[in-house]
Design a binder for this molecule. Sequence first.
Ligand code: UN1
Length: 486
Amino acid sequence: MLSPAAEASDLLRHFGLSGSGGLDSRSPIDGAVIGSVDECTDVEGICAAAQAAFLAWRTVPAPRRGELVRLWGEELRREKTALARLVTLECGKILAEAEGEVQEMIDICDFAVGLSRQLYGLTIVSERPDHRMMEQWHPLGPVLVISAFNFPVAVFAWNAALALVCGNSVVWKPSEKTPLVAEAVLVLLRRAAERFGGVPETLVQVAQGGREVGEALADHSRMALVSATGSTRMGRELGPRVARRFGRVLLELGGNNAMIVAPSADLKLAERGILFSAVGTAGQRCTTLRRLIVHESIADQLVARVRELFAAVNIGDPREPGVLMGPLIDEAAWTSMQAVVPDAEQVEAVAGGVYVRPALVEVEWPDHRALNETFAPILYLVRYSELDQAIAINNGVRQGLSSSIFTTDLREAERFVSGVGSDCGIANVNIGPSGAEIGGAFGGEKETGGGRESGSDSWKAYMRRQTNTVNYGNDLPLAQGISFDP
Ligand code: UN1
């Protein structure tokens, strides 16, 4: 197997990228530098160019805009393997998951193409004679997308595919831990734009850098929408900054996702769900399963089984076939894991990378460690006796992204997804909390930030709503029956 640096250099060449600049990217596989990019130094210039591109792009009919996204999807299909390998090298998730991530980009492109002919508004009956009301959805303006290292390309695509069909330009501030994949995605967008012809050159721009670059962009009055994925701490800073200038925000922040395993659960299914949701992406998804709430009658059995599964997880170079879990993103992730699980086991894998064994920790509820999101593969286990108590534990955290229940009891399942059940944006039955499809709206409540991205009607966040009242009569009656005659 090539070293990450050697393989990255092949891939960068493949994408026509120089891989040089002032900001280094390291592979979590062995900690080595695998390339670098130029830092954004001209926020003002980027914002002005984004605005100019927006003014041109909004005049292109939406189904034509969809055509650009369709071509982008074709480029992604063609380069799925290469892009996935770069994702693996730069963020450390296994190849199967990296390919899944690129597939998620392709899926949202397909979704957005269909959407480009379905940006429907309502017609509304008027209370006045010879009047008609309607609602239209118009392009909004430049959209700033701030993305995280753990889904370094898919979350951008959720935002960009929708923003583009909605008639907006896009500025992307990727995580400083995954700058190279962003450059590769931009290459594929450029190829699509060339085939389309006549696309404003600055329709999609990448602004590389750290927090200061993100903040300067978010503060800029031209950024009509700031869609940010990351920690609750980041969102707490960013939200008020953007609100102060009355910009729009879409926040997708921390999760603290739970699974309830009821006495009637199909335990074989539950085990599979637990393994994927807790161990996938080395416990670094926003949807990662962090709390397992198990009925006391089956807890001993399930604990034993999960311990076995965790002990058997094949940990190592995420490019190796059979490996289920790659490295943590960096040393800092390991430090925060150790802070809550001091006896967490580090595994010898590739020198320079941080490879850990997933940890199962039994706690009494409430436990302060389990109230926080530690971005590492730690699964807390809590026992319960009554379903209401389990639902209260599910809801008893500050975050509200994803949740699930394993049960074959229809009443329990329906209760969990009802208005008095899970308080999360995502609530699943007999499926783990992670690995959502793009067709649904993605996001959650409370400290998760309240935003919804991806499918369903999430597109509405990327457009401005206009209410129109049209009078086709010869009179001017006022609403509410007001008479206003001199
Ligand atoms: C994220 O972790 O930010 O539902 C996104 C999932 C993936 C997306 C996760 N489809 O786990």
